[in-house]
Design a protein around this ligand. Structure first.
Ligand code: GLN
Length: 447
């Protein structure tokens, strides 16, 4: 833990992976852990870990990178934090992110951006950009991110690490600040596949406090990831290599797919229907759910409160106007529009129907295949500021990650190669429901 803080102190002024550090608490926890002595039922004993700042940590500020929650200090731990602590992990601090996890570059944080450790002119991806950068920069061994539409996988791809979005329901969302409740899922970000499997094993499992968490046993991912992929059937959707995906990315990912074949997998090119609808469907559903979830930030119950309000309504308006940033407001406006009574049938309900079709498309593929693979993002990391010009273009770059959330499937990103600027490019491995095990086996065979 001391080494982790030494590395953080040396690199953090440039990278800015953290919104807050919890050095005193961490050193105290590490000392207590030493006093207890090593035990095999605490597989993460003494391991320093970073936590995305939308996951509640008892006694450590949790801001979701928003002015709205700048002073919010939770008085309990999210279930995933309880589980990490029970396994002996040490929380070193809270990582930077896009405000309320809305974004893909970590530039929408109220606390300023995180830099990509590979090249400081480039974004680390997002929204879990801080969680990705801290692992990539060697500050900590692992972190937790959250993925609503790609926020674990895309920053993992941009920073050359391993990031897993588990099956919806595999990991408890209790104590995680909601963005879009039917899509949100917490997952591990690590340097290696093995570390990732250990982390997921630790945080997964049913939780009485989250009715959407599955009542399924957690397989021993860390025991099976080395079993190889002999005989696996792997589908490669043509649509993952369509226009908008750059040539370097295609080449790097195609080379990795050949390696899967060399390891004994049978690889087929297939069609995945409805790809064109993923972005509109995701942005209607995610924004609609966000507009409902974020109603609680009203300046009354908790969070930022404007000072000079003249009436109750004025207090709501001022607190939300001053407390939320631009991107959050954009989502709340469009989300509120699509569930307004005069629009809901044309937008939100239609999006729900198309979501079902998207899910069916995946189910048909998984009737015949073990895994689906392709790129994570259309390109490697881009430079700061490129986002601001055109928000819709940023949304479109989520094209390859959002289908996995809409369907509720597990998906992992891991390093596959580099672009001409020397920036990492990831490959995405998507599994059937609750089959993270096959994903880890394929990932390890590429490591
Ligand atoms: N980039 C997507 C969005 O802005 C995904 C974010 C996420 O997964 N939290 O909504």
């Amino acid at each position: 833990v001391e080494e982790a803080f030494a590395r953080i102190e040396a690199t953090e002024p440039e990278i800015h992976a953290f919104i807050s550090l919890a050095k005193d608490q961490a050193l105290e926890a590490a000392k207590a852990s030493d006093d207890k002595g090593y035990s095999t039922d605490r597989p993460l004993q003494g391991i320093p870990i970073g936590i995305k700042d939308n996951i509640l940590t008892d006694g450590i500020a949790t801001t979701a990178a928003s002015r709205m929650l700048e002073d919010f200090v939770p008085f309990f731990d999210a279930t995933v934090i309880e589980k990490l602590k029970a396994a002996g992990a040490i929380i070193v601090g809270k990582t930077n992110m896009d405000e309320f996890a809305m974004g893909a570059s970590s530039e929408t944080s109220y606390f300023g951006p995180t830099k990509n450790p590979w090249n400081h002119d480039y974004v680390p991806g997002g929204s879990s950009g801080g969680s990705a950068a801290t692992v990539s920069a060697g500050q900590v061994f692992a972190s937790l991110g959250s993925d609503t539409g790609g926020s674990i996988r895309q920053p993992a791809s941009f920073t050359g690490i391993v990031g897993m979005k588990p099956t919806y329901g595999r990991v408890s969302r209790w104590g995680v600040i909601s963005f879009a409740s039917s899509l949100d899922q917490v997952g591990p970000m690590t340097r290696s596949v093995e570390d990732n499997a250990i982390m997921l094993e630790t945080i997964a499992g049913h939780d009485d406090k989250d009715s959407t968490s599955a009542e399924l046993d957690v397989p021993a991912f860390s025991q099976t990831y080395k079993q190889g992929i002999e005989g696996f059937k792997v589908a490669v959707p043509r649509e993952f290599f369509g226009p908008g995906v750059d040539e370097e990315t295609k080449t790097v990912v195609e080379t990795a797919i050949k390696q899967l074949e060399e390891q004994g997998a049978q690889v087929d090119t297939v069609d995945l229907p409805n790809m064109a609808y993923n972005i509109p469907v995701y942005y209607v559903i995610a924004s609609a759910e966000a507009s409902s979830n974020l109603q609680r930030y009203d300046g009354i119950r908790y969070g930022y409160r404007a000072e000079d309000a003249e009436s109750l309504e004025d207090l709501y308006i001022k607190s939300r106007s001053e407390g939320f940033g631009m991107e959050v407001k954009r989502r709340l406006m469009t989300g509120t529009f699509s569930i307004a009574s005069e629009n809901i049938d044309d937008y939100f309900m239609q999006a729900g129907k198309v979501r079902t079709l998207i899910k069916e498309g995946f189910k048909e593929l998984f009737a015949n295949y073990d895994l689906i693979v392709g790129p994570v993002a259309p390109s490697a990391a881009y430079k700061f500021g490129e986002n601001e010009k055109d928000p819709v273009a940023t949304y479109q770059a989520d094209l390859l990650t959002v289908p996995v959330n809409l369907a509720g499937l597990p998906g992992l990103s891991m390093p596959a190669g580099f672009d001409q600027n020397g920036l990492p490019i990831g490959i995405q491995i998507i599994g059937n429901y609750f089959d993270e095990e096959s994903i880890y086996r394929a990932a390890y065979s590429l490591e």
